[in-house]
Write a protein that binds this ligand. Structure first.
Ligand SMILES: *[C@@H]1O[C@H](CO)[C@@H](O)[C@H](O)[C@H]1NC(C)=O
Ligand SMILES: *[C@@H]1O[C@H](CO)[C@@H](O)[C@H](O)[C@H]1NC(C)=O
Ligand SMILES: *[C@@H]1O[C@H](CO)[C@@H](O)[C@H](O)[C@H]1NC(C)=O
Length: 430
């Protein structure tokens, strides 16, 4: 048994009032941090039960995850029911109030309070999360990826509604290892500030702790497809390599980097002027905004002169998030990078960073032209917002995270993933 710190004693006393003396024995031997094999005996209170589920609990998730038709039809029916959608909504003010008592909030939401294994404690991760609305999406994502040994930087768009900002700020205030970015920017679709938001979090995370091994960036509509332990094991198996899309840029995308762009009235526009070639004649590669990279890659982003010159050069291009990380990944000497020869290209399906279903790559199952089966949810800007019917296929993929999920579109998809991964994380303890 370890010695209680003042913080954990205060926590214990508060909880005792809430839960009664039954918990006292448990709490007195329960330090805030550090892994101990005896936790295995005491984890059952962390299971998600129907009692703390929302209206989604009427669904049979195990049947949904197996793709059983009846269960999927019932789920689909619910997702098109107005009353059901209404019942799932949570106003921003709820979070502001509920987080006034942080220990009660974390306890009732069953945030993981200690590292679930020595292996995970020894391999902390750093997350950058960029959001602009939909607080419930954010909170459920945070809860799904939260572990006390990890560190989380949250960037809320500067132009977000005040209630969104305060709700997210209030949630982050409940955790020592979750913080708001030191400098928030006004994010403009397909323009430089989207990258700047991640860059600001990268700098904060790099400075805040020297311990973390890998960096992962997310947006509010991502959700994990692995437990923290599975993520750690996948990353360890990379042996220092990064995993992100980085491919030869298609001819029809080259205008994005060969013309000068500017933000005019909150929108990005070409100004009819050609750009200089990139610094050091760096080959520009194509990728996406979401990456899984080691600490050394982040150090290069913040300190390598070639990267700093590339960043300056990229500031007036179109959609720099879709080539900058991919290009840095192919600069020789960047830790975990790949040689710039096109034979070393990596597609989004081969990288583990993010699973996205693009509408034009969907097709019927078994069709050779199709990259993936048809979306069972709905499309937003040609990207699938997953429905419950997508889960069975999604869970077979190697990616750490998938995009997009939206509780306003299909809360059941998120609910069933939440339950599945919490159960799995606790089962891994045995
Ligand atoms: C849910 O589905 C599973 C798998 O088909 C089935 O075994 C189980 O009995 C179902 N549970 C309920 C409560 O209907
Ligand atoms: C505010 O939160 C407390 C618990 O933290 C709860 O008892 C109370 O009912 C909440 N008030 C509102 C208006 O939601
Ligand atoms: C890191 O944090 C320290 C302490 O807050 C601060 O003084 C320093 O300027 C920061 N360094 C960077 C590179 O942000």
């Amino acid at each position: 048994m370890r010695i209680l710190t003042p913080g954990s004693l205060q926590l214990s006393l508060k909880l005792t009032v809430v839960l009664g003396s039954l918990w006292m024995v448990f709490l007195l031997s329960f330090p805030e941090k550090g892994w101990d094999p005896t936790y295995i005996l005491r984890y059952s209170w962390l299971e998600y039960t129907d009692a703390d589920g929302g209206p989604e609990k009427v669904c049979n998730c195990s049947a949904i995850l197996r793709g059983e038709r009846e269960a999927l039809e019932q789920a689909k029916l619910l997702t098109i029911t107005k009353d059901f959608h209404k019942s799932v909504q949570i106003p921003d003010e709820y979070y502001i109030n509920a987080t006034q008592d942080c220990s009660q909030f974390k306890l009732s939401r069953k945030y993981i309070p200690f590292p679930l294994s020595q292996e995970e404690e020894d391999f902390p991760l750093a997350y950058s999360i960029v959001v602009h609305k939909k607080v419930q999406n954010f909170e459920r994502l945070l809860r799904a990826i939260y572990a006390p040994q990890n560190i989380y930087c949250v960037h809320v768009d500067k132009k977000s509604e005040a209630s969104v900002f305060f709700a997210i700020w209030a949630i982050t205030s409940c955790f020592e290892n979750v913080f708001m970015v030191s400098q928030a920017v006004n994010v403009v679709y397909a323009a430089w500030p989207r990258v700047q938001a991640d860059l600001n979090c990268m700098a904060d995370l790099y400075n805040a702790s020297t311990k973390w091994k890998y960096f992962i960036n997310l947006c509010g509509q991502d959700f994990p497809l692995k437990t923290n332990l599975e993520i750690v094991r996948k990353l360890r198996s990379l042996k220092g390599a990064n995993s992100l899309e980085s491919e030869t840029m298609a001819g029809e995308k080259k205008w994005r980097v060969s013309n000068v762009h500017q933000i005019v009235d909150g929108e990005i526009k070409g100004i009819g002027k050609a750009k200089e070639p990139p610094p050091f004649n760096l080959p520009i590669l194509s990728g996406n905004a979401y990456i899984v990279v080691n600490r050394g890659y982040i150090r290069s982003v913040l300190e390598d002169n070639r990267v700093l010159a590339l960043i300056e050069w990229a500031k007036d291009t179109y959609s720099p998030d879709e080539f900058l990380w991919a290009t840095i990944q192919r600069i020789p000497g960047v830790p975990g990078s790949r040689w710039p020869n096109h034979k070393y290209d990596m597609t989004d399906m081969n990288a583990i960073a993010r699973l996205v279903k693009w509408q034009w790559h969907e097709g019927s199952q078994g069709s050779l032209e199709a990259v993936y089966p048809e979306c069972r949810g709905t499309h937003v800007r040609a990207i699938c917002v997953y429905g419950a019917g997508d889960l069975q296929w999604i869970l077979e993929q190697q990616h750490l995270f998938a995009n997009k999920f939206d509780i306003d579109t299909d809360p059941i998809a998120v609910y069933c993933l939440e339950k599945y991964f919490r159960q799995k994380a606790l089962a891994e303890l045995l």
